[in-house]
Design a binder for this molecule. Structure first.
Ligand code: OGA
Ligand code: MN
Length: 357
């Protein structure tokens, strides 16, 4: 469901696909001036709903755009709903700068740690301390495995073990062993899973996989944020979370999250880092989606009917003007470790928290 590169022909013409193409990153043709750095094609953002300005209107007690309504709830900040998308809630700037930094750091250090799985598991097996290894310019090197030569029934994945080592070690051992730098692996980190582990190949939760509970502070935060979308008198139970990592040009294709049992419970989705465009479609891919900006600190809730709506992220912005991460950069520049700042300047992280049962 997350594959967006190979879309079947019949999907090419849906309204959702058209909107994805409208906002997706394309580069200018550079054949005339081959020496120039490639430039992103300009994109018309005039139809993108901006909840930051909605909140500014709300704060000034001015009229809101038609179809946008403030929601009364127990939270200490404004929450907005969309009239024709029941169950969808937008909380602009729900996370403080300190919270944003905290969850960015956890998303890069503790969340991808085994037994949590990442997109790299299928090929490399569990990888420990990827972020540290990238900072230390380590290289992941295929271990020699004498058995694999004698036993053709062992698949590459089972036979191959990988281990971080110093750059010079990898090169001194000649070209015979496969290697990949930790920084490339970090850039190619696309998802990690917390709590109950989601098996992407089966598109289901595999409760037999070893897992740790979602960190208590994240649970408490998700429960508090879920409140506006919760059925009266019920408590949100965070059991799983998917962390998505986006670099420039990465997108999350239109999809539904339909593997959780109770759709009356919200998905709590937190945005961190560079600004993105989120598409909220209808129940059919043919329904024209609504485009909106997601900034660092924004939180979206999808419950009830909204859980049946196609949605995706066709674009992230990493240029200074559009990324809108200045306060975050200032906060992260106080860190001794500059690698968090460097990572987030060209990336977006999304943590979406789910009750599975
Ligand atoms: C998801 C999802 C949205 C986002 O992971 O299912 O819809 O904002 N993420 O990245
Ligand atoms: Mn989703």
């Amino acid at each position: 469901m997350y594959a967006s590169d190979s879309v079947p022909d019949d999907l090419e013409r849906t309204a959702f696909r058209k909107a994805e193409k409208k906002y997706k990153l394309y580069y200018q043709d550079t054949y005339r001036t081959p020496k120039k750095k490639k430039q992103p094609k300009p994109v018309d953002l005039s139809e993108v709903l901006d909840f930051k300005s909605v909140q500014e209107l709300y704060d000034r007690k001015a009229e809101l755009p038609s179809g946008i309504v403030p929601v009364r709830c127990g939270l200490d900040r404004p929450v907005f709903a969309i009239e024709n998308r029941p169950g969808f809630y937008f909380i602009p700037g729900a996370l403080t700068i300190e919270q944003q930094c905290q969850w960015i750091k956890e998303s890069l250090t503790s969340f991808p740690q085994p037994p949590n799985r990442t997109n790299h598991n299928a090929f490399y097996g569990p990888i420990n301390d990827l972020f540290i290894a990238a900072k230390e310019r380590k290289v992941l090197l295929a271990e020699e495995n004498p058995n694999s030569e004698y036993n053709p029934s062992i698949t590459t994945r089972d036979a191959q073990a990988w281990k971080f080592c110093e750059e010079h070690e990898a090169s001194s051992k000649g070209n015979s062993r496969k290697s990949i730098s930790a920084s490339v692996l970090l850039r190619k980190l696309r998802w990690s899973t917390l709590g109950l582990q989601f098996d992407w190949s089966k598109r289901n939760y595999d409760i037999s996989l070893p897992h740790k509970k979602i960190p208590e502070t994240l649970c408490q935060l998700a429960k508090k944020l879920a409140a506006p979308a919760m059925p009266l008198g019920e408590d949100f139970q965070p059991e799983a979370a998917i962390v998505n990592y986006f670099g420039l040009g990465d997108m999350l294709g239109g999809h539904l999250d339909d593997m959780e049992a109770d759709w009356s419970k919200p998905i709590v989705s937190m945005s961190l880092g560079c600004k993105a465009i989120f598409l909220l479609g209808g129940k059919l891919r043919e329904d024209p989606p609504l485009a909106m900006f997601l900034r660092s600190g924004d939180v979206v809730l999808m419950a009830g009917e909204a859980r049946e709506c196609f949605h995706g992220v066709p674009r992230i912005f990493t240029d200074a003007e559009n990324a809108e991460i200045v306060p975050l950069e200032q906060q992260l520049s106080h860190e001794v470790d500059s690698s968090f700042l460097e990572y987030i300047q060209t990336s977006r992280i999304n943590i979406n928290i789910r009750q599975v049962f």
